[in-house]
Design a protein around this ligand. Structure first.
Ligand code: PLP
Length: 436
């Protein structure tokens, strides 16, 4: 079917996620992708683009991996679907659960499977509340998250999301969700005001992704974890973006020397080749649940532990290990940051640059010294110029930001990083010219 027809059907029949509905209606789809290979995506016009955000921070092993097609086909042909509810099980889910226990930090041993990150977080919230209820503390139910956080779009996940535009978009949210500033002091003050006996858990991304790739101060999480332990509050790490090698370690928490009580994962677990997520819980919580559970655990998705998704995840993790992609993420992350620093020397409108592994950000400023921003943010214009030149990345402009963010596939090499930086250099140059 030719592009014009596809674009017409798209406008008429397809409500796009996280989109401007009006713009979509007026302009139709900007790009219709047809295939991908490595860090590249190709569209209907045959034009190639560097996928500078690994699509949605998830295509960690890169596009077009035939190995994953092969395991999908084999698994579907053998057992396309069967249930994991109650006492039923199947080999791909069991193998993946064991593999996850092996690669996650010591003590995190048991996984509940979901179909994505939002479901993982909603599961974590229900699970921690259920846990405290079983412990005889039903009032311990508040969930505390950080400002600028993003935890997904299910009702609990939206309610936990600190970024306002995602919450303001609708009317009512789930009760018992609270946000704090990103300092240990703010969390302590919150506990003092509300009472630890009312707080079930603290949730945080190791590095805030959607909010604009914000790294925490080095000791932040150690302090937060200590506060949690002191007050009997569970710590949930949202590793949906940071998991599976993104930051240069297998999981983001490893960068900060902590082990959470629960960990949400999705995205990189399959590199996007299948829809899968999970909540990994500590041995201790699992043991308590075994001891205290009185009735049924009434929570499960039809696709909890989908056999094909689990088979894809296993192969994906095998590839990450065999190709040493976690280490490549670390090395190429350093390369990318060097590139950002070079751009910073070339362009006075670049303020702070930062990154860890293959998660990076460039701040656009009007004045480097004062950190003053342009009244009309430049990030969208730079993103558009990059796109013209064959690079896809994202601009963050909510809550006063003017930030470019990047997260290319973990398979990227030096040559490709350079290519990305050169396109950015041209794109920023073009926007600067417009300003003058
Ligand atoms: N948590 C984090 C940190 C995320 O970045 C995302 C998605 O971007 C989610 C949760 C939600 O995951 P999903 O879109 O798979 O529901």
């Amino acid at each position: 079917t030719d592009r014009e027809v596809l674009a017409e059907w798209d406008k008429k029949h397809f409500l796009h996620p996280t989109s401007s509905i009006k713009q979509q209606q007026e302009e139709g789809p900007a790009l219709i992708f047809t295939e991908g290979k490595g860090i590249y995506l190709k569209d209907t016009e045959g034009k190639e683009y560097i996928d500078g955000l690994s699509s949605l921070w998830n295509v960690n092993i890169g596009h077009g991996r035939e190995e994953l097609g092969k395991v999908s086909m084999e698994q579907m042909a053998k057992l396309g679907f069967s249930s994991t509810f109650a006492t039923f099980s199947h080999e791909p889910a069991i193998q993946l659960a064991a593999k996850i226990a092996e690669i996650t930090p010591e003590g995190l041993d048991t996984v509940f499977f979901t179909s994505g990150g939002s479901e993982s977080n909603d599961t974590a919230f229900k699970l921690v509340r259920h846990y405290w209820k079983l412990k005889g503390l039903p009032d311990k139910k508040k969930i505390v998250s950080r400002r600028k956080s993003y935890h997904g779009v299910a009702m609990g996940a939206t309610s936990a999301t600190g970024l306002k535009p995602f919450r303001d978009f609708t009317t009512s949210l789930a009760p018992d969700f609270y946000y704090v500033d990103s300092t240990p002091e703010a969390f302590k003050a919150f506990i003092e005001a509300e009472g630890a006996e009312t707080i079930a858990a603290f949730i945080s991304e190791p590095i805030q992704g959607t909010g604009g790739v914000h790294l925490p101060p080095q000791d932040y999480f150690k302090e937060i974890k200590a506060i949690c332990e002191e007050h009997n509050i569970l710590f949930i790490a949202d590793e949906v973006i940071t998991g599976f090698g993104r930051t240069g370690t297998f999981f983001g928490v490893e960068q900060f020397g902590i082990v959470p009580d629960l960990m949400s994962v999705a995205k990189g677990i399959t590199s996007g080749y299948a829809a899968l997520g999970g909540v990994i819980i500590s041995r201790e919580i699992h043991n308590d649940l075994i001891e205290l559970s009185d009735g049924l655990f009434m929570h499960g998705y039809t696709y909890s532990g989908h056999p094909t998704a689990c088979a894809v995840a296993l192969k994906n993790i095998e590839i990450i290990e065999e190709e040493d992609l976690v280490n490549n993420s670390k090395l190429m992350g350093e390369e990318m940051l060097q590139g950002f620093k070079w751009l910073q020397q070339e362009h006075e409108i670049i303020g702070e640059v930062r990154g860890l592994g293959l998660m990076g950000a460039i701040e656009i400023v009007k004045d480097r010294k004062t950190n003053e921003r342009f009244a009309d943010p430049l990030a969208p214009k730079i993103v558009a110029e990059s796109l013209k030149r064959g690079l896809i990345h994202r601009g963050v402009i909510y809550e006063g930001a003017d930030t470019l963010i990047f997260a290319p596939p973990l398979t990227i090499d030096k040559y490709e990083i350079n290519k990305m930086i050169n396109i950015l250099n041209e794109a920023i140059g073009a926007v600067k010219k417009e300003l003058a």
